[in-house]
Structure formats: C-alpha cells, structure tokens
Design a protein around this ligand. Structure first.
Ligand code: GLA
Length: 418
C-alpha cells in the first residue's frame, strides 16, 4: 500500500486536519491508519440504460470522498461523518438492518453485512471517519463513492482480497437490496475502475469496458478548440430512494416482458431502431390500457435511441471531434426529458440556457435526473462568461443559485497509508 503524504493537495483534503479530527474522536493508537479516496462521477451520455443492457459513457471527476479507518481493540464498529457531525456505533457481531434513522451509516452497514455474507470475518472492531466534497443527492454518485471507498478500506484493513468488479457488484447489491434503489452497475463500476484522461465505454450487459481518450483542456481537437467539462449543480437535491427511479425500472421490465415474446433480444437496448414501430404496435396490441401502452413505448424508445446516441457520440470522441460529441448530449437530454420523463424544471432550465450560450457545444442532465446536476462542454476561454450567463438565467427562472465545477477526469478509488 502506498503512503499518502499529509501534504498532498491533489484530492482537495487537508489530511493533517482530518487525521487530527480522527484522533480527537477516537484517540491515539499504534494501529495503521488507512485512507481511502473515491471520486465522484459524471455520465457523459447513456442514462437510464445501465439496467436495460445498454452502453454508458461515464468518467470519474476530481471531487472526492475520503474515508479514514483504523482497527480498535473492541468489537465495536464506529462511524463519524465529520462534515455532518453525526456518529453511529454498532456491534460487528450483530446482524445489520436498514433503519432510516441511521442515515449515511446504512450504506456502510449494508457493505459490511454483505462482506460478512461473502465469508469475510472481522477479527476486531474498527473506527471510521467520513468526509466528502461530493454534494449529496446531486447526481454525482456520492453514495457509490461512499460504498466503494468503504469496501476498499475494509478490504485493506483486514487483508481481504476483492477485485474491483466484485467491489462494484457488492456496492450495487447494497443499493438494490439494502437501500431499495433498483439501480444499475454504472456508478460503482466507474468509481472502482476509472482511468484519468479517459471516458469509460461500459457495456452493461457484459461488464466489458473500453477506455476512450478524453483530453479536455490540453488537446488540439479537430476544430482547433479546447473544451472544458462543466458540471452545473442545480442545487435542488433529491432522494432517489422513493423517487420515480424504481417506477421507470418497473415500466421497462413490463415493456420487456411483452416485447420479448415477439423479438429475440436479451434486453431492451438490443432492439434495433428500425424495430421501434413494430415494438409500438406490439405494446398497443398487448395492453388493454392504451395510455399505458403509449407510456411504455416512450420508455422503450428512450432506451433504443439513447443506446444509439452513445455509439454515435463515441465515434465522434474517437475522432477527437468534441463539438460533434457534445451535440449528442443535447439530443440525449431531449430523450430523457420527453420520453423517459426524468428531467425536471431545474435541469431543463440549466440545459436550455447552456445550449444557447456562446461557446457551449452541448449540454444534458447527468445520472438519474429529477434535479441534481447537468453537464456541458464549453470552449475553455468562454467558461467564465458561460457560468455568469447560465447562472443568472437559472436564478431568474428557478430562483436558485446554480454552482459550476470545471472538472478533470481522474483515476478510480484508491487506498493509502496515512
Ligand atoms: C443512477 C443509478 C445508475 C444509473 C443512473 C442513470 O445514478 O445509480 O445505475 O441508472 O442513475 O443513468
């Protein structure tokens, strides 16, 4: 395990201060202190298709969540969220259960419970401190970062061998079974496997991935311009558990159950665009409720169109043609808004103002939607004017202050000695 310099600045944390907060909370000890750092992610294109067998194109960005862990001499597992000043303690021998009152600790308990289920045995209790610069509930995968950072930290602490894919699948299981959100694999997979200066083209039906070079600020692209990846935070947080997310998943399952009787495909995203009108006919014939059939068809069309847009966008990215690449963002946003109905007034305002601002090549919501964050590719010299124009228009339309982060793509989560 590499040692992290306390002076290291690249992750945005003051490690001297974090270490002393940890020691003020849990005391001094000779046990090894481990630091696990996990990045946020944005999805560049391909939303709501990772649970329908589609291709997605996420990357990790330079905002991090940090977990410090150290063994203690008891059978107690203690968590402290330094930014929220919230503490929880559990026995490592008690079965873990979800409890709303435990807040963020549920994610950690879920990971710990499933690690135990897979044969892991903790020989002692341990103390945990969490600090995060990833805004919670904003569509940047703060929960996947929490899960992956914790799983990797526990694996290092107890010398457990676990692959990155296993860690991602375990995190997904926590979301699906422990937290009740029927999400796909994209977030955990990219947080665990991202490579800097690339976007990850992930085939969610096989978990095969390819890293597509994405050099933002520093390259000479086809049209001779440098672009910046700008994340636009609507500052309207949402909770996904209990949102329409699971409803969308159910709608897709229902549509697929009908369509697979006619089309020989393994998932919705494997339908060809030219089969869409037949799919519409099949849904209309199978459903007694014609309005429901129309809704199901819109969900199916989104899956097929979005999957196709990912492929076209990747072809442009391979050519280093960022301008065309970003044009697919805007098309994707329209599909998420109109057919999948997972955008919202705030995200629509950010995106529509972004695309009419000079220097913006394209914009779209990112992640689950329903508020949260949107992204834009903007010519680098025009970023300050872009932020001002979009921020002002958004304030006028939605009466909220947007935040803007100009991001770099970074490597996956990593564990260090501190
Ligand atoms: C959330 C889920 C992901 C994915 C996105 C939408 O982030 O965790 O699995 O479905 O929404 O693309």
């Amino acid at each position: 395990m590499k040692k992290l310099s306390e002076q290291s600045t690249q992750f945005g944390f003051d490690f001297v201060a974090l270490k002393s907060t940890f020691e003020a909370k849990y005391g001094q000890s000779d046990e090894q202190l481990i630091c696990s750092l996990a990045p946020a992610r944005v999805n560049l294109i391909g939303d709501h298709i990772d649970y329908n067998g589609g291709f997605v194109l996420p990357c990790a960005i330079n905002r991090y969540l940090c977990i410090l862990v150290r063994k203690n001499s008891s059978r107690t597992l203690s968590y402290f969220a330094a930014d929220l000043n919230a503490s929880f303690s559990f026995s490592i021998d008690a079965p873990a259960k979800y409890d709303e009152a435990f807040g963020f600790a549920n994610y950690l308990n879920g990971c710990f419970a499933y690690l135990k289920e897979s044969g892991f045995h903790a020989d002692s209790g341990f103390d945990v401190l969490v600090s995060s610069a990833i805004p919670i509930g904003s569509g940047l995968s703060s929960s996947a970062a929490l899960e992956i950072a914790f799983i990797l930290a526990v694996a290092e602490l107890f010398h457990l061998s676990i692959t990155r894919t296993e860690a991602a699948l375990l995190g997904k299981r926590v979301e699906n079974k422990f937290m009740g959100l029927k999400s796909g694999i994209m977030d955990q997979f990219v947080v665990a496997n991202a490579v800097s200066h690339t976007a990850m083209l992930l085939d969610t039906s096989s978990l095969r991935c390819e890293y597509i070079p994405l050099d933002l600020q520093h390259s000479d692209f086809q049209n001779g311009k440098d672009y910046s990846l700008v994340v636009m935070n609507s500052n309207k947080p949402r909770a996904l558990v209990g949102s329409k997310y699971n409803e969308r998943k159910r709608e897709c399952e229902k549509a697929f159950a009908i369509l697979k009787q006619v089309f020989i495909v393994p998932d919705l995203c494997s339908l060809m665009p030219q089969n869409l009108s037949r799919a519409e006919y099949v849904l209309q014939s199978a459903c007694a409720d014609k309005d429901e059939a129309a809704v199901l068809f819109k969900r199916v069309r989104h899956c097929v169109v979005e999957n196709d847009l990912v492929k076209q966008a990747v072809a442009a990215l391979r050519e280093k043609d960022l301008k065309s690449f970003a044009e697919f963002f805007t098309k994707s946003h329209a599909s998420l808004k109109n057919d999948y109905e997972v955008s919202g007034a705030e995200l629509d305002s950010l995106v529509s103002n972004a695309i009419k601002t000079e220097g913006c090549a394209g914009a779209r919501m990112t992640g689950a939607g329903f508020s949260g964050c949107a992204i834009a590719l903007v010519e680098t010299p025009k970023v300050p004017a872009f932020k001002k124009a979009v921020g002002d228009a958004y304030k006028k339309e939605c009466n909220l202050e947007a935040e803007f982060y100009v991001c770099d793509t970074v490597n996956a989560a990593a564990v260090f000695g501190l």
